[in-house]
Design a protein around this ligand. Structure first.
Ligand code: NAP
Length: 144
């Protein structure tokens, strides 16, 4: 496959996980993607000419991600956890709180970037995509 003229700049959050890892491998192999910025709390342990890695330890505050999130075309947000693996309060913090906080900074840095994230509405998972999502809209979405 030949690369298109304008390649996409993509961010993947949680690429050390199973879903994020698949997204990462797919993106690195895809000619339409020119640059992948992987953001997570642990190093991936791989290198690739298209890959930039940002270590970020506290997703309750994503302010320091403003610069790496500027000029991006799309984000695939795969950070998450499972029911029963953490307390219900922590589950909500990770699932809703971290997603809303990340979207807040993304909106400031790349206001038109597409934002995809996983949710569990009624017994099955969906990948949602919201272009230029506001934190307020996400709070409504998560029922805050
Ligand atoms: N696997 C499935 O079949 C499936 C299906 C539908 C939906 N989902 C949902 O999709 C999401 C990802 O699933 P997965 O299977 O890829 O999960 P996973 O393998 O456990 O990966 C989760 C990712 O989130 C990160 N993470 C978790 N808690 C964090 C925290 N407190 N701070 C920072 N990073 C944190 C992990 O980082 P570390 O590597 O550092 O732990 C990892 O990158 C989850 O919400 C899951 O419930 C999964």
């Amino acid at each position: 496959m030949t690369a298109p003229e304008k390649q996409m700049r993509l961010v993947i959050v949680g690429a050390t996980g199973m879903v994020g890892g698949y997204a990462l491998r797919y993106a690195l192999d895809h000619p339409a993607v020119g640059c992948v910025t992987a953001i997570g709390r642990r190093a991936l342990g791989i290198s690739h000419r298209k890959l930039k890695e940002i270590l970020h330890h506290d997703f309750a505050d994503c302010s320091t991600l403003a610069e790496p999130l500027s000029g991006q075309d799309a984000v695939v947000f795969c950070l998450g956890t499972y029911t029963g693996s953490v307390s219900d309060v922590k589950l909500r913090t990770i699932t809703a709180g971290y997603t809303i906080e990340f979207a807040r900074v993304l909106r400031t840095s790349s206001s038109t970037a597409a934002f995809s994230f996983l949710r569990f509405p009624s017994g099955h998972w969906l990948m949602e995509e919201k272009p230029a999502l506001t934190s307020a809209a996400l709070k409504d979405f998560f029922g805050n």
